[in-house]
Design a protein around this ligand. Structure first.
Ligand code: COS
Length: 384
């Protein structure tokens, strides 16, 4: 695998742009807790809201590997923007491309590629990790569906133009009674709640979505009726690569600040980088981020090559987010007391990190998915 060599120029170009155009906003969006229209337009200037939208629908048509590099590099300078970008591309545009009708693709993909954000509504107050416990209801009416319910923890809820969301179309059949729909802001009864006050990724918008007797014409059904749960699980398989990439970007940034500060922070008249105890930490941080990146490349490559990737994407997200935890935690320690302050970005990295361990499935869910898939593979091998 020659990912590092093959994509070196691509990554360098993306990194230079992120450092010049996105990094200068990172502290402000975090401190002021706002979704920046200015940063939105910066991302738009490269067409990055349409990373995975095929060219025929107005996007860049990038590979998953290239897309993951972009998410990683954005997140290296700004976790908030990395999260917004990942959620829109992986969870917003991807499912419309995978499951939408031609009419839906022609309408929503070019708009999404131009930066009209698409939110992903799966989680509910009583259905988090248990995504199949969806309570939202889409009752059949003459010319479509009547949607009622609530979704929570929705990235870009207030700033999106569109959303896709799951709801029960039948009380029978467990998860097979769940369908998914495309909604448009401005539809009567479709509203967003107050922005959540989060510890990290504060420059990304997170809020409730409310559906109060929203009338959805029949063509707003996404994919097949009763197949919404599966469609959203398939979507999350892809999304987990981008949250892995986000974790790697933040972990890389944490490593870099730790390397810099350890070279200048003095103890006993010497830089702390001379201490073996610090070197051991730096070595582990560097090794882990490199390993996580290799896993990300492999996962993205498998998706691009249509090789089943449910298990490895859960591994990618699990491992990258744990590496992100390790690196951001130790970066703060290596910076000393200053690490606790905003003198260095280490504390922001640590706050932004936590999202990578919870969003798009907790680490416990990833472990469940990995174990289930591994057991399934073993059973298949044994012919049982
Ligand atoms: N790809 C394709 N199909 C999938 C799938 C996947 N990744 N995951 C599940 N399915 C299918 C199963 O094959 C099964 O289909 P059949 O009934 O036809 O056999 C169906 O979906 C139900 O699957 P399962 O029995 O595994 O469902 P569970 O209710 O046990 O839940 C977990 C599975 C826990 C993995 C799921 O609820 C989950 O991922 N939860 C976390 C949700 C999450 O990540 N939320 C984050 C918020 S979104 S930002």
């Amino acid at each position: 695998m020659d990912f590092d060599i093959k994509y070196r120029d691509f990554r360098q170009d993306v990194r230079a742009f992120c450092e010049e155009k996105i990094a200068p906003h990172a502290v402000k969006v975090d401190q002021d807790q706002f979704y920046s229209k200015e940063v939105h337009e910066v991302v738009n200037s490269r067409g990055w809201w349409g990373c995975v939208v095929p060219k025929e629908y107005g996007g860049l048509g990038l590979s998953t590997v290239e897309y993951a590099i972009i998410v990683e590099e954005i997140s290296r300078v700004c976790g908030s923007t990395g999260l917004t970008h990942a959620a829109h591309n992986s969870l917003g545009t991807c499912p419309i491309h995978m499951f939408g009708t031609e009419e839906q693709k022609k309408k929503y993909l070019p708009e999404g590629a131009k930066g009209k954000l698409i939110a992903f509504g799966l989680t509910e107050p009583e259905a988090g990790s248990d995504a199949g416990g969806t309570k939202s209801k889409a009752e059949k009416i003459d010319d479509g569906y009547l949607l009622n319910g609530t979704k929570c923890w929705i990235t870009s809820a207030n700033v999106c133009d569109y959303a896709i969301a799951t709801a029960r179309t039948s009380d029978e059949g467990g998860v097979h009674g769940i369908s998914s729909f495309v909604l448009e802001k401005g539809m009567e009864g479709f509203t967003a709640g107050k922005k959540e006050n989060k510890m990290g990724c504060r420059g990304s918008d997170t809020a409730y979505l409310h559906f109060d007797d929203v009338k959805l014409p029949a063509w707003h059904l996404l994919g097949e009726e009763g197949n919404g749960f599966k469609e959203f699980m398939i979507t999350l398989d892809g999304g987990r690569i981008s949250i892995g990439a986000m974790g790697i970007g933040i972990a890389q940034a944490a490593l870099e600040i730790a390397l810099k500060v350890s070279g200048s922070r003095m103890e006993n008249g010497k830089p702390v980088s001379r201490m073996q105890s610090i070197q051991f930490k730096l070595a582990d941080m560097a090794t882990k981020v490199e390993t996580a990146r290799l896993l990300m490349y492999k996962t993205a490559w498998m998706k691009d090559n249509h090789i089943p990737f449910t298990k490895i994407s859960a591994m990618c997200k699990l491992y990258a987010s744990e590496v992100c935890n390790f690196n951001t935690y130790h970066a703060i320690g290596i910076c000393g007391m200053d690490g606790l302050t905003d003198k260095y970005p280490a504390e922001r990295y640590f706050r932004d990190m936590k999202l990578t361990e919870i969003g798009e499935g907790t680490s416990e869910i990833q472990r469940m998915v990995i174990a289930r898939e591994a057991l399934r593979e073993m059973q298949a091998q044994m012919g049982t």
